[in-house]
Design a protein around this ligand. Structure first.
Ligand SMILES: Cc1ncc(COP(=O)(O)O)c(C=O)c1O
Length: 375
């Protein structure tokens, strides 16, 4: 007999199905980062965030294997409990240097880096003014910390300024993403930096989808967060800032204090991935060549898509059911493009989110075009 909890869960799930918002796991045997087997069928993937294919890069894999042999697989405890390792410090120095900040601190996930860093620097005298399309981890950080916040419509910097001008808070924070993960557009960091100077605010930017894809100028940014799980190819997150702010985050961020550290083998893999990014610019060139080809191919088919500013190319269909049907139709043709729906994007803004990798070959893009043509 089912318990009341089970029955109520069933009702909730039926409601999600009715609204085309039900989600399920699909088991893919990912062969090389681009090609996979799904239910016995070959599929080409346009769904990941491993934009440079570094999770499969021989140097990155070798670094992880070597470190696992030497240090084992798990970290065992939080770094403030069991001690830090040379691999953590080496990676943090690398990230700080790569991004041009005084210091960096790594977390066990990008989500945790956002939650930890924001909550650590906010207090009751702080007001956070943020772009409506900021990632769930940033919004959760604000909710969990209980800080005051106000939202401006996506990329509307006039409204952002109006909120800054109206705010009576002693400490103001502007919060945006460098590349908005579901729309693929880029924040106007120069104008945002002008605003933060004008209103004495702190500018916090999440570079989750920018790292490895776009080389932004970070000089005027106060706090930069990011993830090691997208273009860096492994798992984990980071925060870059001044010595003082990082020290405060290290002392206050609950996901740093109370979660087990990133394993040293992951630190070594991520360190190597940053080295590859710096030493093998051809990967970055290949990614951008693929992004341009994908855009031109889709445009030629008549899809209304914006000129890409990143590796994320959304085709906004609006309706959830229509988007799910499109996903299914593409899958039947061996192309995996996720249907992104509420709450990941606003209601009625469902989309096919095509992501491009440096590993895609011309034949992969042609397969995408052929399948999209049949939609
Ligand atoms: C903009 C943004 N920030 C943060 C994160 C969280 O990163 P992670 O997956 O490493 O936890 C994501 C991941 O989806 C993201 O898209």
């Amino acid at each position: 007999m089912k318990t009341t909890w089970q029955k109520e869960a069933e009702t909730e799930l039926a409601g999600l199905k009715d609204k085309n918002l039900y989600r399920e796991l699909r088991e893919l045997e990912n062969e090389d980062g681009i090609h996979a087997r799904f239910k016995g069928k070959d599929v080409t993937l346009f769904c990941g965030n491993d934009y440079l294919g570094l999770s499969r890069h021989p140097r990155v894999k070798a670094a992880a294997i070597k470190a696992a042999e030497k240090w084992g697989v798990g970290a065992g405890a939080a770094r403030l409990t069991s001690g830090s390792t040379p691999s953590h410090h080496k990676l943090e120095d690398k990230i700080a240097k790569h991004k041009g900040f005084e210091r960096a601190l790594v977390f066990s996930a990008g989500y945790l880096a956002n939650v930890g860093a924001l909550a650590a620097i906010c207090d009751e005298n702080t007001e956070v003014i943020f772009d409506k399309l900021c990632h769930a981890s940033l919004i959760d950080a604000l909710k969990l910390s209980g800080v005051n916040y106000r939202i401006f419509p996506h990329a509307d910097l006039n409204k952002c300024e109006a909120l800054l001008a109206k705010s009576e808070a002693k400490r103001k924070i502007i919060l945006v993403e460098s590349v908005f993960g579901m729309d693929g557009d880029v924040a106007d960091l120069k104008k945002l930096a002008d605003l933060k100077d004008k209103y004495g605010a702190l500018l916090v930017v999440d570079d989750a989808h920018g790292t490895g894809v776009i080389d932004f100028a970070w000089e005027r940014i106060d706090v930069l967060t990011g993830t090691l799980s997208k273009a860096v190819g492994s798992i984990g997150g980071f925060v870059c800032a001044s010595n003082e702010l990082i020290d405060l985050i290290l002392n206050r961020a609950r996901p740093f204090l109370f979660a087990t550290a990133l394993p040293p083998m992951i630190c070594e893999a991520a360190y190597e991935a940053f080295c590859v990014m710096e030493e093998e610019p051809a990967l970055h060139e290949r990614l951008w060549k693929n992004i341009r080809s994908a855009y031109e191919g889709l445009k030629a088919l008549g899809f209304e898509i914006e000129k890409p500013q990143s590796a994320v190319l959304p085709v906004i269909l609006g309706d959830e059911k229509k988007t799910l049907d499109a996903f299914q139709k593409l899958l039947e043709q061996g192309v995996y493009v996720p249907a992104i729906r509420y709450p990941t994007v606003p209601k009625g803004k469902a989309r096919l989110r095509i992501t491009i990798s440096a590993l895609h070959a011309e034949s992969d893009l042609n397969k995408l075009f052929a399948a999209m043509k049949n939609l």
